[in-house]
Design a protein around this ligand. Structure first.
Ligand SMILES: CC(C)(COP(=O)(O)OP(=O)(O)OC[C@H]1O[C@@H](n2cnc3c(N)ncnc32)[C@H](O)[C@@H]1OP(=O)(O)O)[C@@H](O)C(=O)NCCC(=O)NCCS
Length: 189
């Protein structure tokens, strides 16, 4: 298994994986095991790769079997949910610090192909993304929809911690944090 930052050539494979588990296109069979909600256009993938160093992938041979996004709030401000989170950052404290757009970044969405779940792919993807982003930020911030209990449990195993709950557009979410100086529990890289 290889974990690395994605390049432009990886975009079609990531896009295909995005489609498999995006809430708008996921199969009925897969949905109970979680879904992603942020949808990326090719232009947004390109900017994530080139300007943010923010697209981490897991590859098994030629196959991309997992991805994790991470980027500055400036990047995420194109999506309404993230504008809401940006406005709420000053009301959140993690590791004794009040959160700002400078001391945090937003991690996620993340998805692992169903054939590779329950393995070390998830912690290793998270770890690879953390190692890149810790160069720029001390704190990771993310959100999980309350109707995605598998993702919540998976992130709790990595010791990603709930900071608060919030509501947006009739959806209920947890906002979570992680200290980027901490090695990811369960990672083997
Ligand atoms: C989220 C994701 C990356 C986690 O990776 P993973 O390899 O599945 O994670 P793990 O198998 O290590 O952990 C999942 C945990 O949830 C548990 N779980 C599974 N279904 C569950 C449910 N309905 N309710 C509560 N817990 C559940 C599993 O038993 C496991 O816990 P355990 O190891 O204590 O038994 C992966 O499930 C995924 O890609 N899902 C689809 C996309 C997605 O939801 N992305 C996250 C958006 S925030």
């Amino acid at each position: 298994m290889e974990y690395r930052l994605a390049q432009i050539e990886d975009m079609p494979a990531v896009s295909q994986l995005q489609k498999l588990y995006h809430v708008s296109t996921i199969s009925k069979k897969d949905k109970p095991d979680g879904f992603v909600t942020t949808l990326f256009t090719d232009e947004q993938f390109k900017e994530l790769i080139e300007k943010e160093n923010g697209l981490t992938i897991a590859c098994h041979g030629d196959r991309v079997i997992g991805y994790a996004m991470a980027a500055s709030w400036k990047y995420w401000s194109a999506w309404p949910l993230f504008l809401h989170m940006i406005a709420d950052l000053p009301n959140m404290v993690y590791t004794g610090k009040t959160l700002t757009q400078e001391n945090t970044y937003q991690y996620g969405p993340i998805a692992v192909h169903s054939d590779y779940r329950g393995t070390d792919v998830f912690p290793n993807l998270f770890e690879t993304s953390r190692l890149e982003m810790k160069k720029r930020y001390p704190i990771l911030v993310t959100f999980i929809n309350k109707i995605n209990p598998r993702s919540l449990r998976a992130h709790e195993k990595l010791e990603v911690e709930i900071i608060k709950e919030f509501q947006f557009n009739n959806n209920y979410y947890y906002a979570l944090g992680y200290d980027t100086n901490k090695k990811t529990p369960g990672s083997t890289i």
